[in-house]
Design a protein around this ligand. Structure first.
Ligand code: FCB
Length: 466
């Protein structure tokens, strides 16, 4: 310890409220592996990753970080970090392989063991029901553009509530339905790789419906103390200038990127401007009476995933684009500043903007940062250390922004760092490392990066040194 470390905290320290939840997040397909074990069937990501050219280097999640076989080791890492909570997702095709009918016992057992070991370690499990791994059979039957898929999802939610409801107190229905709908069915860079603006809008609606129906199922089966939530990757949209045309471009992206979910699930309505903007694509007649009311079943908090802001101006974007018609009116511009290995701008102000906007728009809804983090080209040096000062700087800046938002009145209850482990980063395969724990994919050896040591210190202090 240096003399500097021994100094008492100054008034500069940024403490978070007592009871603030400090976590890490992962997703099933990105870490579990064991893709064909114990009755698991292919999801759309197993299929998609096998299509040449869809995932960098032809990588798949077949083995991933082998978490299915290394659960105890990974929970030991979390104990070392001192996290209070762990956000993971359940692989639907592991527990209900065809997306219909009874659950597979071995699949349920895996998640029971995971949850029991977390609880025994004093870590609260936070379960996400859908982080993009739709059973392939349901995609073959039409996937998310079909209404039936929302019904199937609600049934699966009920099965999981029955299986884990006595031990999991915090539930999230969907992770980032924007990505699943618009990258999966709009520009096709994610599974299942379809490219239809209409399919993406239908999928978005069926995600809202699936969420609402699942909330109802969960509420009917879970003890009253349980919390139910939804995680959105809200876009922090900025117009390039305050010209009316640029401001209107930002409005369009806010409609099809944010309010397409926020309005149905919190207000039981579709944004009027969205319906107008998308008139060339659809008349929305697939929305039936009662759907929006069902979508707005009350929930306990909103999860927000934030990585970087979106800057737009009037103009047009090259196809294929995920924006369902908006691309004809909107040009996307690189935000200034440093970039991560994803080429995403580092801009913590965007998180502050989002949180204070939600404070104003949804004043009674508690907020949780369910993902935030950064990819860098990390490697273990000859001494075995993994030095990732850029990630530490990124995380520090974003946590400081969260703190500032809390001081400004945003009701933020927790922060889940993406990600615990290096993992399968979707279309980028294993080429992008988001973990605070380095994974050597040849040996599956786990190594704390400097950012993991830093995060452990943040959690132990309940905040930032300054
Ligand atoms: C989010 C996803 C998550 C991860 C991060 C980097 O969009 O929810 O699975 O890939 O991005």
């Amino acid at each position: 310890m240096t003399a500097l470390d021994a100094r008492p905290d100054t008034t500069q320290a940024l403490r978070f409220p007592a009871g603030f939840r400090w976590g890490t997040a992962t997703a099933a397909y990105q870490i579990e592996g064991a893709a064909a074990e114990d009755g698991r069937t292919p999801s759309i990501w197993d299929t998609f990753s096998r299509i040449p050219g869809k995932v960098r280097n032809g990588d798949t999640g077949d083995i991933a970080a082998d978490h299915y076989h290394r659960t105890s080791e990974d929970i030991a890492l979390m104990r070392r970090l001192g996290v209070t909570d762990y956000r993971f997702s359940i692989a639907w095709p592991r527990v209900q392989p065809t997306g219909r009918g009874p659950a597979v016992q071995k699949g349920l057992d895996f998640y029971r063991r995971l949850v029991d070991e977390l609880l025994a370690s004093g870590i609260r499990p936070v379960a996400t029901l859908y982080h993009w791994d739709l059973p392939q059979e349901l995609e073959d039957a039409g996937g998310w553009p079909q209404r039936e898929t929302a019904q199937r999802f609600a049934e699966y939610a009920g099965i999981m509530a029955g299986a884990l409801g006595d031990r999991v107190a915090t539930w999230t229905t969907l992770n980032e339905p924007w990505c699943a709908a618009f990258l999966g069915y709009g520009n096709g860079v994610h599974a299942p790789g379809r490219t239809s603006p209409l399919a993406s809008l239908r999928a978005a609606h069926h995600f809202n419906l699936a969420h609402g129906w699942a909330v109802r199922e969960l509420r009917s089966r879970l003890p009253a103390r349980c919390e139910v939530s939804l995680t959105l990757n809200l876009h922090a949209v900025r117009p390039l200038s305050d010209s009316a045309a640029d401001v209107d471009a930002a409005r369009r992206i806010d409609a099809v990127g944010n309010r397409i979910f926020l309005d149905p699930v919190f207000h039981g309505r579709l944004p009027e401007d969205l319906v107008r903007d998308t008139a060339p694509v659809t008349d929305w007649s697939f929305v039936r009476d009662g759907d929006l009311e069902a979508a707005s079943a009350p929930m306990d908090s909103l999860g927000i995933n934030y990585y970087s802001p979106t800057v737009v101006a009037a103009g047009s974007s090259p196809a294929p684009s995920p924006w369902a018609g908006a691309e004809e009116h909107v040009r996307f511009l690189p935000a200034p500043g440093p970039r991560t290995a994803m080429d995403w701008p580092v801009d913590a102000e965007g998180l502050y903007e989002l949180l204070t906007r939600l404070r104003d728009d949804l004043p009674s809804v508690p907020l949780v940062i369910t993902e935030n983090g950064a990819a860098y080209d990390d490697y273990a040096d000859p001494s075995g250390a993994v030095k990732d000062p850029e990630r530490v700087a990124y995380l520090h800046a974003h946590l400081a922004a969260v703190h500032r938002a809390i001081e400004a009145g945003a009701d933020v209850r927790g922060y889940f760092l993406w990600s615990l482990l290096d993992n399968f980063e979707w279309a980028y395969g294993y080429s992008k490392r988001f973990g605070i724990v380095h994974v050597d994919f040849a040996t599956q050896r786990r190594t704390f990066k400097d950012s993991a040591h830093w995060y452990a210190d943040v959690i132990a202090r309940g905040g930032l040194r300054s």
